[in-house]
Write a protein that binds this ligand. Structure first.
Ligand code: JD8
Length: 460
């Protein structure tokens, strides 16, 4: 590949004589030519700039000087060439851009200074059939294009065959094909400044080490670059990946291209309307098929309308609502019914006989939209809800247990509840409209529920 850099400060690019790029030039893997723009001036003062038309501060670089320089540099080069003009107003340079530029035969970098280059330069070459790309390093202002030229040359050169010793090392990099930030790296000594290298890296177990590294890369990306998480292809996320993302509030809906951020939070009064809409969709879906639609609709109208949610959200002594807020609307929710006294029995006698712990709260509703079932969201909602119950005090006593009724046929729900410590205590009769259903009664003692998300052993 040939790269030409034109600048009034050619010495700025001397750093490219060093390190891998310098070696690539000496090994003939890269033909890098740095040119002084003033070589194409014609006057005694080697003038490259003049005052801006329309007034204003500073100076603008003359088009005629740039034209002579770029004509010479672009001429005679064979193959695919592109004229790159660094500017704060350019398209953001990314690893995808760099990977594309690495496929060209010639890159020409026009490094401006002052207030920039006369706009007709880019216009004229584009009109003349030369591919022109205005690029920016990022949303901050530099004094010229040379730094961008250094970045482009190094970022492109290291992708050229033979430049980086072990091409393998290009694979797991930040912004690489995986779309993740890189994992933390360590070397000798195993203990430094009282800090140990993570044990797993000394284990020699390559599978565990690879998993640990991927988990750390996912965590870093979630913490530092949520925009990159949203862009992760769902097809590249395995079960473990999805579990790590779920622990950080990112879930992959069925059929979605990638993860979505879901914020699990306490309900607010203004959630009433949206929660009623969500309940009207989710409650029927959890009902067994034999249930009469009218009965289901009557139940929804009687218990899950906006006025009902407004009441639940307004009375925190009796009710607690936890909402899973998706990008545009709630995608899940739970409704806890709290005891008003420490010895208040569950509302139904058949349940009160089964759930003997006191104070006991009822997990009355726990629903997520179908495309998020199996994504880990129900689990996150349950964890937050059990924590809410555990933090509640009735007559100074912490809530000791949470019970729920779930339709005998709803195996998926029962498995999810069991994963959170719920055990089946028996059954109860549950009325939906005119139909009397049989529910399983499950309960969990909150003393057994860890109050903090267990930190996976591997991170220590
Ligand atoms: C080229 C002249 C300076 C810019 C007046 C300050 C890139 N990410 C980036 N930030 N800044 C640049 C950049 C700045 C340049 C030139 C690139 C040529 N300047 C100008 C406009 C405001 N001065 C850049 N890539």
């Amino acid at each position: 590949m040939r790269i030409d850099v034109v600048s009034i400060f050619p010495g700025y690019l001397d750093a490219l004589d060093l390190s891998l790029v310098g070696k690539a030039r000496r090994d003939g893997l890269l033909d890098l030519r740095v040119h002084d723009l003033r070589d194409w001036t014609g006057d005694r003062h080697r003038t490259v700039d003049d005052t801006p038309f329309g007034g204003g501060a500073g100076m603008v670089m003359r088009p005629d000087v740039w034209g002579r320089a770029l004509d010479d540099v672009l001429e005679g080069a064979s193959g695919r060439q592109v004229l790159l003009v660094p500017t704060p107003s350019g398209e953001r340079l990314t690893q995808r851009t760099v990977e594309d530029l690495a496929t060209y035969d010639q890159l020409v970098l026009a490094c401006g200074r002052y207030e920039g280059i006369d706009a007709r330069v880019a216009e004229r070459y584009a009109a003349g059939g030369v591919e022109v790309r205005e690029i920016s390093l990022g949303d901050y202002v530099l004094n010229g294009g040379e730094v961008a030229a250094l970045v482009v040359v190094e970022a492109v050169a290291r992708l050229l065959p033979g430049v980086v010793g072990n091409p393998e090392s290009l694979v797991e990099e930040s912004h690489g094909a995986a779309g993740l930030l890189e994992y933390p790296v360590y070397t000798k000594p195993p203990t430094w400044a009282g800090l140990d290298v993570p044990e797993i890296l000394l284990s020699g177990h390559h599978g565990n080490i690879a998993r640990w590294r991927r988990d750390r890369a996912l965590e870093r990306t979630v913490q530092r670059r949520p925009d990159m998480v949203a862009a992760l292809p769902a097809a590249q996320l395995d079960k473990n990946d999805r579990a790590v993302l779920a622990r950080h509030g990112w879930f992959v809906p069925a059929g979605a291209t990638g993860p979505v951020r879901v914020d699990v939070r306490p309900g607010r009064p203004d959630d009433a309307g949206a929660l009623a809409e969500l309940a009207a969709v989710t409650f029927p879906l959890a009902c067994p098929p034999h249930l009469d639609e009218d009965d289901v609709a009557q139940f929804v109208a009687t218990h899950l309308g906006p006025e009902h949610f407004a009441a639940y959200l307004a009375d925190e002594e009796r009710y607690r609502v936890v909402v899973a807020e998706g990008p545009d609307a709630p995608v899940g929710y739970t409704l806890l019914v709290l005891p008003l006294t420490s010895d208040e029995p569950p509302s139904a006698d058949d349940v009160a006989a089964l759930v003997t712990a006191r104070p006991a709260a009822e997990l009355s509703k726990c629903y997520v939209l179908p495309d998020l079932q199996g994504s880990g969201l129900a689990g996150a909602l349950l964890t937050a809800t059990l924590r809410t119950a555990a933090a509640h005090r009735v007559d100074g006593e912490p809530v000791a247990a949470v019970w729920l009724g779930t339709n005998r046929a709803n195996r998926r729900a029962q498995r999810s509840y069991a994963r959170h410590g719920f055990v089946t205590l028996g059954t109860r009769r549950f009325r939906v409209g005119e139909s009397l259903e049989e529910d399983l009664v499950m309960a969990v003692e909150l003393a057994d529920v860890p109050q903090t998300t267990p930190t996976p052993a591997a991170t220590r």
